[in-house]
Ligand binder design. Sequence first.
Ligand code: NAD
Length: 473
Amino acid sequence: MTIDGRAVLSLAGFHVLNPATELVMAEAPDCTAKQLDEAVASARRAAPGWAGLSLQKRQAYVKQIGETISANVEELAQLLTQEQGKPLNDARGEVQRAAFWCSEIAKLEIPVLTLADSDTELVRVYRVPLGVVGGIVPWNFPLALAMWKVAPALLTGNTMVLKPSPYTPLTTLKLGEMLRDVLPAGVLNVISGTDALGPLMSAHPGIDKISFTGSTQTGRKVMASAAVNLKRLTLELGGNDAAIVLPDVDIEELAPILFWAAFRNNAQFCLAIKRLYIHEDIYDRLTQALIRLANETRVGPGSEESVQLGPVQNRLQFERLKDLLEDTRRNGYRILVGGQLSARKGYFFPVTLIDNPPETARVVQEEAFGPILPLLKFSDIDDVIQRANNSEYGLGGSVWGRDEDQAMRIARQLKTGTVWVNEIHTIVPNKPLAGHKQSGVGVENGEEGLLEYTVPQTVSLKRATQRVLPAPP
Ligand code: NAD
């Protein structure tokens, strides 16, 4: 681990498995409560000096984090594929995106709002850092999602304690090691641990904010324990994104776009298409095109360059998917393609398409977070909007159709933080990403996301020439 700028060992460790082989590939340190205290104390010690640097200096540091990542793409990507399972090319893409995030966030300014500037008064609203931020990250995009937190938190003058998922700690620990000589000691502490560590962080009185990405279920727990010192929170949680496909689309052109928007990263993607609503006029043709793509997809170990989808990341997730499949079979919903598990080692799960199950089916209602996709038929626009909105989640959604006005009208009626029209997953540092309903609290990215790492400080000055004494009470 990296605590106070130094390498720190833990007495206890835990196994990290390669999901393609189910073999132990490494032992990661299990941070003790005392070591967490040390990491928090180190971040607190570093905070005043870091916040006191000029913005230009912090921008330069965040840029340097990006450059460090860029200089080590191959090493980080190899490690990421081994622990996470994703194909090497996707891992390289993730590492490059993590670097890109840093270089883009490093260009941002922290706005100062001037509410009044006259002969009599000056009123400004500054944005000041919160102090110590705890970053808690999931296993689907370990490095990219970590940088979504690290870059804005450090830029705005906070210091950090960062914790990757116990399933994928290695790439993040490695980056912590690479940054020891880049950042001042204590500014970015990177720790790892088993299930007990996250709750210790969210309840820690020395942490001022938790920025959490993970499941809605865990997000609720984080929110409850953060009450201890009224921590600020950003929670980016689960999703069950609907895509609505209108009858006038170009099926051949669209099919691969929809397919990969659902299955990239083995559908372990918060904003993946998880319910695909297809107009009845094109349902059969689009379904056939998707089946063809499913049959052509190469599933295998991510370390093989030709592989397009790796294994599911962990056993728990694999078992959840098997359970969803079992439920689908038990209820007699038709499986169009996939559904057969091989006997090979590794958490390999075939791309599976389900033919128009009812809205009440678990595979429709639940976030599968794996390669099982329900295809759902609709005929009426108002009805499909209502079905798309019938979810406790409100993360993202998409609308596909040639009539842009109609598509925009539908988009505006979806109750989600992001809606794409005739494009998808154009996720960039300057677009805010918010979860509506139980998909989250707060925002990541964009200026709003940056400001979540600050609190407003309103400073009012009465100009000397106009000074008046306060009235007696
Ligand atoms: P998870 O909730 O199981 O774990 C996320 C992180 O929280 C891990 O680091 C874990 O160790 C930690 N944790 C577990 N219990 C904790 C507790 N009680 N207190 C504090 N921390 C705790 O999620 P996961 O399975 O790793 O990730 C998958 C989920 O993440 C999916 O629901 C997905 O939709 C969501 N996700 C959301 C976004 C987004 O931006 N909205 C992005 C990626 C993933």
